[in-house]
Design a protein around this ligand. Structure first.
Ligand code: FAD
Length: 462
């Protein structure tokens, strides 16, 4: 009797099917890139029909399948066991249609986010999902993880940017829900089921995305504030005065800023390192001259009023890259402190300051020489924490997780604002979701994937 890999090779050919040995030249994950891929086979379908046929065969053989996009997931969502098949969407990378008039782009799931942005820019258009991993992550992965990123304050998260999807279910059924309308109330909004489902409910093969006119102005400032309260006030004032143009509002605690602007960082400090908080704010607009005048005036006023303590406005591409580098160069943390635990909690802005103070102090009681870095998308209530306490054994990880996650339950926060649950957070899901919610998730999983072949062991608690 033929094995499933032999059947897959016979059916789809070697261009589509890579054996274990052939697949092992790849990394298991593009995040940190420490291990090689070890899977039963790596499949690279070219069409939705091929994905459908593959899943039909895998379902028949009870064969687990792990969807692979750009592999930038940071919560173990793409971890593939030796007896599992990896299904990469990388060859389904076509941009099928850009409609400037209807403000939609129809794309295959394997399109790399940055490639889409480049092609759209050539057409005067803009897809406003922006994240550090944009050069590798794919639209299918962005949808499956409901990515957020650096412009969510203005444009929302992936959930707000997708109009329609095409999905293949575990048994091979193709669900074509490539809706292009903003308003469509004809029954359940099925796409929402798959957005953020982390590959557990279906394979996303195509999508219709909302696009917008490419902004004509970009004004970026890096400012220092004297307190968290002032940072929050600045956010409110900037929202009112810059209106819809305010696109990014990123907060950096002092420790993070110091690390990012001290050797071995390539960046010198644009502002003194003595302030407790720093904000990177960016406004995108449609009138280059007017927008710049307004932005400069507002900065001037905020300085005079004492709302901000100090500021630099990025005047060149080099300065722009520098302030963004200070915010985004997280790899530096790993080169300076290893091992590092990474978190992406969500909570009300009004709870942020106390929460960070509490967990920093709770962690320091256990590890007095701890390194603790906080920063993130303040405007969206979503913070990243990078924590180094010397070791990364299971017991330490569990204790750090408990200290970071448990206080979130009381303040109705979330254990993840954007990275998702994957393998890493599933045992903490109960802190953010009720028992009934988790049971309903399990019911949906059973209904759509009764044999449990899609990304098994991820997202849902055992
Ligand atoms: P993958 O990592 O390949 O997969 C992600 C999950 O989706 C996995 O569970 C996978 O099984 C599943 N999946 C992938 N493709 C499909 C598909 N076609 N159908 C069904 N399931 C699928 N995330 C943010 O939200 N905001 C950020 O600002 C952000 N910044 C980041 C910065 C860096 C430097 C890095 C490394 C990561 C960052 N991330 C961020 C996390 C990550 O980039 C996002 O989650 C991204 O959306 C994942 O896309 P991907 O194509 O790499 O998906």
């Amino acid at each position: 009797m033929s094995t499933i890999v032999e059947i897959l090779i016979q059916t789809f050919g070697k261009e589509c099917v890579r054996t274990r040995d052939e697949a092992s030249v790849r990394v298991a994950s593009n995040w940190r890139q420490t291990e090689h891929l070890n899977c039963l086979a790596l499949l690279r379908p070219k069409t939705t029909e091929e994905v459908s046929k593959i899943l039909r065969i895998c379902n028949e053989f009870n064969q687990p399948v792990v969807p692979h996009g750009g592999l930038t997931n940071v919560v173990g969502g793409v971890v593939t066991k030796p007896d599992e098949i990896a299904l990469s969407l990388e060859r389904m990378n076509g941009i099928e249609e850009i409609s400037v008039q209807n403000k939609t782009a129809t794309v295959q799931a394997g399109v790399i986010l940055q490639n889409l942005q480049t092609v759209l820019a050539e057409n005067g258009q803009h897809f406003p999902l922006d994240l550090g991993a944009k050069g590798s992550c794919m639209i299918g992965g962005n949808i499956a993880s409901n990515a957020g990123g650096l412009q969510a304050l203005r444009y929302g998260v992936m959930r707000n940017l997708v109009l329609g999807v095409e999905v293949v279910l575990a048994d091979g059924t193709i669900i074509s829900s490539l809706n292009k309308m903003v308003k469509n109330n004809a029954g359940y909004d099925l796409k929402q089921l798959f957005i953020g489902s982390e590959g557990t409910l279906g394979i996303i093969t195509r999508a219709v995305l909302k696009i917008d006119d490419l902004p004509k102005s970009k004004n970026t400032a890096f400012v220092a504030v004297e307190s968290f309260e002032k940072a929050n006030l600045l956010l409110q004032v900037a929202k009112k005065q810059l209106k819809n143009d305010l696109t990014t509002f990123e907060l950096l605690w002092q420790d993070y800023y110091r690390l990012m602007t001290s050797p071995p960082s390539p960046y010198s400090p644009p502002l003194p390192q003595t302030y407790p908080f720093y904000v990177l704010m960016e406004a995108l607009g449609q009138d280059a001259d007017k927008d710049k005048i307004l932005f400069d005036e507002l900065l001037e006023n905020w300085l005079q009023d004492g709302l901000i303590a100090d500021a630099v406005i990025a005047q060149s591409q080099q300065e722009l890259e520098k302030v963004w580098g200070i915010r985004e160069n997280v790899d530096l943390i790993f080169s300076v402190h290893s091992p590092v635990f990474l978190f992406d909690v969500s909570l009300a802005i009004s709870d942020m300051d106390d929460y960070i103070k509490k967990i920093r102090s709770d962690l320091q009681q256990v590890w007095p020489s701890l390194h603790f870095y906080a920063f993130g998308h303040m405007g969206d209530g979503n913070l990243h924490l990078f924590i180094n306490c010397g070791t990364n054994d299971e017991e330490t990880k569990h204790l750090v997780d408990a200290i970071v996650y448990q206080p979130l339950q009381q303040i109705s926060g979330s254990i993840t604002g954007e990275h998702g649950v994957g393998l890493e957070k599933k045992s903490w899901l109960y802190l953010t979701r009720t028992t009934e919610e988790i049971e309903l998730m399990k019911t949906l999983k059973k209904a759509l994937d009764p044999k449990g072949i899609l990304n098994p062991g991820k997202l849902l608690p055992d």
